[in-house]
Design a protein around this ligand. Sequence first.
Ligand code: PEP
Ligand code: MG
Length: 325
Amino acid sequence: RQERYRALRDLPAVTKDGVAIGLQLNAGLLVDLTHLNESGAEGVGLFRTELQFMVAQRMPSAAEQQSLYEAVFTATGDLPVTIRTLDIGGDKILPYMPALEEENPALGWRAIRIGLDRPALLRVQLRALLRAASGRPLKIMFPMVATVDEFVRAKAIVDREKAHLRRHGHVLPSDCRLGVMVEVPSLLFQIDEIAKVADFLSVGSNDLMQFLFAVDRENRRVADRFDTLSVPALRAFRLIAQRAAAADCPVTICGEIGGKPLEAMALIGLGFRNLSMSPAAIGPVKAMVLGLDASAVAAVLDAEMKRAGDGASLRPVLTAFAKAH
Ligand code: PEP
Ligand code: MG
């Protein structure tokens, strides 16, 4: 099977009815990037910067951060890479930072919330990224954004850092795009506004599902209480895909859902054209894409999502569709 996937490596991911699907990689450590070439991925859709911080003995200095990101850009070469600013807090603890006593860490002081409340931390990271990407394109996205205003404030910090570097004679990135993770459900109700101000969106389905269904993503006891292929979940995904398209805002899915062939099939049917996933998922998802009739799965979803308004899962219907095709 591995052999078969390897044979697909250099084939473009295009469905039978001619829809091109961008398949990218999720990564977090340099070692993950060694899979870039062999997987045939078109780039890195999500680089989780917190992993490098989590394995460090102490907070990486500005210079250390810059060389970490330079190494990332060296490893990715000309392929695009989307870097996510620190998503710490919640379950992602830095051993050298004092642990917070929080009743609900997943809902607590984390990610962009820390970045905005302690801008020094975010600023150092942004400056390191801007310096490392000198003269090349840079894509940055912010995790756990809950309001448009949070993104606007984060963007203002980037602008300040750019101005600072420019004043000091540094060569800025050739192109700097700022995006937002769509993973807090409140963004679903500001989707038009966020799509207007962000350069791109990336759906963090792991957290989006956790918060949408109020199901702890780490708690096995409740893990089966919802299905990512149930109508409410699919409607949330469809809303994002449709509104992003209407606003001409590029959108990717970078949660685990994009790396599962059946789920990825459904996402394509809902209108997603870019998926980012773990290296091992690229082969199976590409095999699915090559055999898929995207308009047929879109038609099935259209019909079924109208009918199954009671929260039912479309998993059986989609599994039957996949088998029949
Ligand atoms: C997500 O929430 O889906 C996501 C991609 O980010 P993480 O898994 O790192 O929270
Ligand atoms: Mg997340």
